[in-house]
Each structure stands twice: as structure tokens, then as C-alpha cells.
Design a protein around this ligand. Sequence first.
Ligand code: AMP
Ligand code: ZN
Length: 112
Amino acid sequence: MENCIFCNIASGRTQARLIYQDEDIAAFKDLNPQAPTHILIIPVKHIASLSEAAEEDALLLGKIQLTAAKIAKELGIKDFRLVANNGKGAGQSVMHLHYHLMAGRRFLWPAG
Ligand code: AMP
Ligand code: ZN
């Protein structure tokens, strides 16, 4: 989708500090990290938010979670938080589905 920053990153039109890429998924460092490790994991396909995902995306959503675990393992990270903000009211600022993989500090619960 044009004018979507994460579509542009996934297609290589916009540069990012890529951690992982395949035909379905891209992962790159967050521009404004909120933890020592802060990586965004996105589907290459434009899905605005988790609310917009469909049954046909089930495999893709599962693959994103498995990729998060794989990236963490490769980085030697045992404890991490995986977060998807869904909707502006929940803090979503980029309307292309993304999961925050965060690690390296203490996280509070419940999340703020
Ligand atoms: P959210 O607020 O959940 O929508 O998260 C959006 C995240 O995208 C924020 O943590 C931003 O720092 C990050 N972000 C926005 N633009 C870029 C970019 N061009 N490259 C990397 N991270 C970005
Ligand atoms: Zn997009």
C-alpha cells in the first residue's frame, strides 16, 4: 500500500535496520527504542491492525509469533515481551500490523 511506512520498509523502498526478512515477514529495529532490544515484526502483506486480520491470515499470524521466538533465541534472549497495540486508543500509531519484540529491561505488569 502506498504511503504506508511499513509497506515501504517491507518492500525495501524505505531503509530500516533489518533483522530478518522472508517472503511473508520483515523484522527491523524500532526507530525509537523503548528497551535495549526493541524490534518490530510485521507481515509483508498490508493488514491495518489485528482487528483487520482474517481467517486466511491465521498461518501468517502464527508464523509471526514463531519468528519472534526464533529471533529472540538467535539473539540469546530468554525473557521478552511481544506486544501488538490495536487501535489508536491502545497506542497504535502506525496502521500496519506490527508486533513489538522487547527485551533487556524489567517490564511492569499490568502493562501501562
Ligand atoms: P505503535 O505505536 O504500536 O503503532 O508502534 C509504532 C512503532 O513504530 C513506534 O515504536 C515507532 O518508534 C516505530 N516506527 C515508526 N516509524 C518507524 C521507522 N521508519 N522505522 C522503525 N520504526 C519506526
Ligand atoms: Zn502497510
